[in-house]
Design a protein around this ligand. Structure first.
Ligand SMILES: *Cc1c(COP(=O)(O)O)cnc(C)c1O
Length: 361
């Protein structure tokens, strides 16, 4: 087996090595069942236990109150862009959205198919380099919820603190769920695709307050109602079994390493190693304004596009992979989710200093 390298990919992203090593065993013979994890029935007692543990660990780590359901669905985070308004805005009700990047823009487009959508804030004219403070937008009295993307994966911005509102919050936490503490009880619904901070692609976690399940219009297709999945503990049809299995093991790993409080501290330390290099001069320029900086995705530029291309190429040759920025903003981006090792961030910060010295602007 070749050596593993540091993978700064935004998603699918780095997973804990011990989780992968365990999976290597379980893919052949899971839990002494004589059957591999990808082959075992989702109704078997072995798999039912995995799904139950994944839910319990999620509840424990995030402090999810008893009146919330935890679902594991398919269709990616992008399917939640329409499922949320389809289930919550029956009859064309109003909702408020904060436009802070590509993923919020896409969710606004879908929500407009179902409801009366007010976009209360947009940083699009500033190339999405920041998120708003609470006093920068107003939410209409007849709005059902306030929707925001807690971490903008592409632009490297993050809401910290999380918005405060009298309305229930709805959030796409695909790229920062399980990375920091927050109060679930302020939310009506939270969703997150697994492939950033939880596991492989294939499962999307939805946390929904149970009184919202009945708002869905009758004529909604069965598979697209949260209620269908909530009533059957995500086993209405075949769930994404392998993805749920890895999520369960990632959550175990997280718990064994001190849970959310410990990982939040580690995430800050990792991110600051890179932001410190950015702040030390004007060679590297962070895309996000300081107050809006993400602890998960760090988007930055070098003095020229040529230097950026050389930086990405040289870094890759040194085993620092996946540093190219998203095609919509260019430049560079380092994605350093929970499972990304501290040593890899140290290696990147050293490489940044060395590259700057060898390639003056
Ligand atoms: C990656 C990402 C998505 C899209 O996820 P898919 O599972 O590919 O649909 C949506 N929102 C955010 C914040 C993301 O980072």
């Amino acid at each position: 087996m070749g050596e593993r390298i540091y993978n700064f990919s935004p998603g699918p992203a780095t997973l804990p090595l011990e989780v992968l090593q365990q999976a290597r065993e379980d893919i052949i013979n899971f839990d002494n069942s004589g059957i591999g994890i990808c082959e075992i029935s989702h109704r078997s007692k072995e798999f039912m236990r995995v799904a139950a543990e994944a839910e319990e660990l999620m509840r424990e780590l995030l402090g999810i109150p008893g009146n919330y359901k935890v679902l594991f669905l398919q269709g990616g985070a992008s399917s939640q862009f329409f499922m949320v308004p389809m289930n919550l805005l029956g009859g064309g009700k109003k909702a408020t959205y904060l436009n802070t990047g590509t993923w919020s823009k896409k969710s606004i487009k879908e929500a407009q198919l179902f409801g009366n959508i007010e976009v209360a804030f947009s940083s699009e004219n500033e190339k999405f380099n920041r998120v708003p403070t609470d006093d920068e937008y107003a939410v209409s009295a007849d709005s059902e919820y306030l929707y925001f993307v807690s971490n903008n994966t592409i632009f490297g911005t993050q809401f910290d603190p999380i918005p405060q509102s009298e309305k229930m919050l709805v959030s796409d936490m695909s790229s920062d769920i399980l990375s920091r503490n927050f109060d679930v009880s302020k939310f009506g619904l939270i969703f997150a695709g697994a492939q950033k901070n939880m596991g492989p692609s294939g499962a999307t976690t939805v946390i929904i307050r149970d009184d919202l399940l009945d708002r869905v219009p009758e004529n909604t297709p069965t598979m697209l109602k949260y209620k269908t999945h909530a009533d059957k503990d995500s086993m209405f049809n075949t769930p994404p079994t392998f993805s749920i299995y890895i999520i369960r093991n990632v959550l175990k790993w997280l718990k064994n390493n001190g849970g959310i409080a410990a990982i939040e501290k580690k995430n800050k330390e990792k991110a600051m190693l890179i932001y410190d290099v950015i702040d030390a001069g004007d060679y590297y320029r962070g895309h996000a304004l300081k107050d809006s900086r993400s602890m998960m995705n760090i988007a930055f530029n070098l003095p020229t596009a040529e230097l950026e291309a050389a930086f990405i190429q040289e870094a890759a040759a040194k085993g620092l992979n996946g540093l190219k920025g998203h095609r919509s903003i260019g430049g560079c981006r380092a994605s350093i989710y929970n499972a990304f090792p501290h040593e890899g961030v140290v290696a990147l910060s050293r490489f940044m200093l060395e590259f700057q010295k060898n390639n003056p602007a």
